[in-house]
Design a binder for this molecule. Structure first.
Ligand SMILES: *Cc1c(COP(=O)(O)O)cnc(C)c1O
Ligand SMILES: [Zn+2]
Length: 416
């Protein structure tokens, strides 16, 4: 927080103080946090970062909260794993997976929530709230419980059972709304003006929330020995995460932490059943037309994406691409990822890996590139997606004969 200079409208450039503001009063453009990059550059080195905590807060100088609050569950600092077996299946060269399934509540949302609620505490808020497609609900409820804050969480009523349980277990105020995420979001926007003392992490605190996703870029670069990758593939709901990963690499270049100026191609992944931004990309539109979502990739099923235009702009100007995959393709990709790399990830990650496969086959993601794919949520959250295809291989009586009859010939004998 020491280096934040204020907020600025992304459209008209007007400046605002660093309070719970999210839209420009003049043009309704979204607000963005601004920093004193010269001072950050002068006072931040690879060594000062390495001496920090093993969490997103090692990058506190580039975040809009100081992080020493009571909401901390240790988000971030997740593994970046080399994925040679998956790369071979996809015809790629150097492929890495950022495994965000291992965050405190099992998704990358812990990064954005940790930042939003740390800032909310600094601003004096006592109630945490959000409109969620599932993972945000899990994370807000857990972080609020940790801090002893009240929390009121709104989700679409048709959410996966795992996400309902993983939210309500932390406290009582989970509200299931009969409608899509876009209906939930509209309700929360109305509630924000009615209840200005609630910290809606992705509404009135959105400016701070969004900044948390930059840590996905910071960690990736640090884990690659302070180098940026050539190409990243990111799952897209609202588009916030994708735009902030791009901003994160740029900032590292700006404050002199990278060996070379970053040139990162950014590609976005959506499900065919909710692909408003991918459609705008393919059809060369300058606007994102809202859709009614229908996909099992519920965590990214946002029909009217708040950062859709900005995500489109980042992908186009970086030389990346958008693609969309079917529910069947994303389930195949969930199983492929588990089978080749030992990572069981949720439907959104299935979308990412299936899109990576598609872009690799089309020659957009290239064999000579160092590629990072963001695996953003744990598979146990959406277990129904693969349940019918992940059953015991055989069910047998507890005898050697039964085992040998069923499987003996199929399996290797380790002594030979
Ligand atoms: C929310 C979410 C996303 C998409 O993030 P946006 O910032 O809304 O684009 C991707 N993956 C998972 C698992 C999520 O929960
Ligand atoms: Zn403005």
């Amino acid at each position: 927080m020491a280096y934040v200079t204020g907020l600025r409208c992304r459209e008209c450039g007007r400046a605002y103080p660093a309070e719970a503001l999210h839209v420009c009063e003049y043009c309704f453009g979204p607000l963005e946090v601004t920093y004193d990059y010269e001072r950050i550059a002068a006072e931040t080195t690879r060594e000062t970062i390495a001496a920090g905590p093993n969490s997103i807060w090692r990058y506190a100088n580039l975040l809009p909260a100081n992080g020493h609050g009571d909401v901390d569950l240790g988000a971030g600092y997740t593994p970046l794993v080399r994925a040679d077996r998956l790369a071979a299946e996809l015809g790629l060269g150097e492929l890495w997976l950022k495994n965000d399934t291992v965050n405190p509540t099992g998704s990358f949302k812990d990064r954005v929530v940790a930042v939003a609620l740390a800032r909310a505490r600094e601003l004096g808020f006592k109630v945490a709230a959000c409109a969620s497609t599932g993972n945000l609900a899990n994370s807000v409820a857990a972080h609020a419980a940790r801090a002893g804050m009240q929390h009121v969480v709104f989700v679409p009523a048709d959410l996966e059972a795992g996400k309902i349980v993983m939210t309500s277990v932390y406290g009582p105020h989970l509200v299931a709304v009969e409608g899509s995420y876009d209906d939930v979001n509209r309700l929360c926007a109305e509630l924000t003006s009615e209840r200005p003392t609630w910290a809606f992490v992705n509404v009135n605190l959105r400016t701070y929330y969004a900044e948390g996703s930059k840590t996905l870029a910071f960690e990736t670069a640090e884990q690659l020995g302070w180098q940026a990758p050539d190409h990243v593939v990111v799952p897209v709901g609202s588009g916030s995460q994708l735009t902030k990963i791009a901003k994160g690499f740029e900032e590292l270049g700006k404050v002199g932490l990278l060996d070379e100026a970053p040139h990162v191609r950014v590609s976005g992944a959506q499900a065919v059943g909710c692909s408003p931004i991918a459609t705008a990309f393919t059809e060369h539109h300058d606007y994102v037309r809202p859709v009614k979502p229908s996909t099992i990739a519920k965590s990214i099923a946002i029909g009217n994406p708040a950062d859709g235009w900005y995500a489109l702009d980042v992908v186009r100007s970086s030389g990346g691409a958008f693609a969309a995959v079917t529910d069947e393709e994303l389930v195949d990709a969930m199983i492929l990822l588990a089978r080749t790399e030992g990572i069981f990830a949720e439907t959104a990650a299935g979308v990412t890996i299936a899109t990576l496969a598609k872009l690799a086959a089309a020659g957009v993601v290239r064999r000579d590139e160092r590629v990072v794919a963001y695996v953003t949520g744990h598979g146990l959250k959406t277990i129904e997606a693969v349940a019918s295809r992940a059953r015991p291989h055989a069910t047998i009586a507890p005898t050697l004969d039964a085992f040998n009859d069923a499987l003996g010939a199929e399996l290797e004998d380790s002594s030979s």
